[in-house]
Design a protein around this ligand. Sequence first.
Ligand code: 4NP
Length: 162
Amino acid sequence: MKQKIKVLFICLGNICRSPAAQGAFENLIKNKGLENQFEIDSCGTSGYHDGDLPDPRTRKTAEKRGIHLTHKSRKLNKKDLTHFDFLLVMDEINFQDVISLTNDIIIQEKIFLFGQFRSDQGAPIVPDPYYKNESAFEMVQDLVEDCSLGFLNFLGEEKCLK
Ligand code: 4NP
């Protein structure tokens, strides 16, 4: 049996962007009947919100799209870097924080800006909505849904899917 594709979504606090991305991607692959092919998780580069559910604004926005978020925030650890096949970060600061944890080129090549998979020509980042208003959370939700589709297409092109 082929190995599962292990995907880790990473942001700063693991209460806004990365759980939203995790929920959107899980929802997409479930709808496509691909859930058996994946292991999916999310985490933060900080432990500021360890054990917390996603921000209420993130949960409310996801819920409106039929996505129920139950993930509890946790901090990225060294084992994640070897365990997961794809380390999908939300912005350049996350990228620097993660890449600075290793000199191993194999691991460094697993780090991608999730925003690079968006369908338009916008900046390849998912901006932090934490200090913003509700519309910023809607924008993040739209973006992570769009990037999820793009990432799944990328996996197809890379012949990662069965
Ligand atoms: P996230 O957003 O990285 O998308 O989860 C944030 C959540 C919390 C904080 C910053 C960003 N904070 O400073 O507590």
